[in-house]
Design a protein around this ligand. Sequence first.
Ligand code: ZN
Length: 506
Amino acid sequence: MNSTYITTTIPYVNARPHLGFALELVQADVLARYHRGVGEDVRFQTGTDDNSLKNVLAAEAAGVAVQEFVDANAAAFTGLAQPLQLSVDDLIRTSSDPRHAAGVERLWRAVAARGDLYRRHYEGLYCVGCEQFYTEAELVDGRCPEHGTVPDLVSEENWFFRLSRYAGELRELIENGTIRIEPAERRNEVLALINSGLKDFSVSRSVERARGWGIPVPGDPDQVIYVWWDALGNYLTALDYAAGGGALDQWWTGASRRIHLLGKGVLRFHAVYWPAILLSAGESVPTDIVVHGYLTENGRKISKSSGAPHSISTGDPYDLVAKYGTDAVRWWLLREVPKGADADFTVDRLVSRANDELANGIGNLVNRVVSLIHRYTEGRVPVTTAGAPTTGAPDTSALDAAIGNAPGLIAAALDDFDFRRATEAVWRIADEANRYVNRTRPWSLAKAGDTEELAAVLLTLLRACRSIGTLLQPFLPQAASLITNQLIQNEGGFLPAPSPVFPRLG
Ligand SMILES: [Zn+2]
């Protein structure tokens, strides 16, 4: 059985979600819907990373109790499933889900039993924003490359994980494709990191520095488990890893694909630390690590920690969906963000993309075709003399090719995690179909009384629209059903009255 497990990262909940995380969610949703559509068993999982010191500091700054603060922001993240129309199967919250702490402890004990955890004194430069230590060489003018802040000097006794032991095995798994990292430049980046030498890393914090928030180290109550160990563990703990059993077998050990989606800033955690921890614990490694870039606004990263409240112009996904609709937001994320690269968001781009391709392109096509059928054949799907194409019938080869090639192109593009290329194949059909309408001029055929040719043209267009309705399903589920419903004939062979699928945005 083909079981496909698809995860997003679990974001810190120190602030409300921004469009950059919506990108990851929508990409994961498209993969989940697509793989379900071809008959695979799919589990699409997301969640929230509640156990971060960042959350504690943000709660303190807001003057709110940590659990209350974390609960409120977590709800804003998990609540994105409705406006973005995400087909989420499970979500895990690391501070409150009973499956989580028990699973994280089991993972700790498994690695400890392997002899891969040891205690030692450590001093280093720590960025709370990243929840990671930096070496001097990694800093930019003494500041965190992600946050531009000066890291804290931390000196304490911690537990360390023997990452160095797994460098060779990890390199081999990445080089032989067991762990596939997309895009290729990210794979090269990980290999370069491994080749530069992997050092053991600290996997616990003093309870004092963690402000008492987090999961205690088993057998060492003065320490809490490093939040990244805790967070990465969610991919297993939500599968009832603590208890073992069916979910773990189906979605991890026995799954044909274990696909993690993530942003480029957390690559080393997912492509180095996490597989090494899994190897140590004797578990399977992920099959696919899919890395996206950042969304920027006028070249600046849209970030939860930039401090400014989100608005429509800075990409609050709730506001954007409320104003422009789910289809427009999903379409922009899928159509304009290049594979693995950064993209600059503006409301103007979202609006013109939706108007050009959805309202004027696909929507206008479907509306035109249904309207023509109502005007010239009273809403009844025409019947032609089968197998007898009229001489001089309009050439359908370009449109036929667009329709015929689309499923294969979409499959290949999604296998390559290239959402732009995948949606391009659907768009191509609408584009060709609109050209075909303009070339064949059904209204002229009607005027000339050429009913046989008119019927053939309308049937060709109906076929194009139906294939768009089907193929659009993983990308724009709502629009796909609206289109499909417009094209279903009743028992008498009649189509419903035309009604616009996409509003024109102002
Ligand atoms: Zn940082």
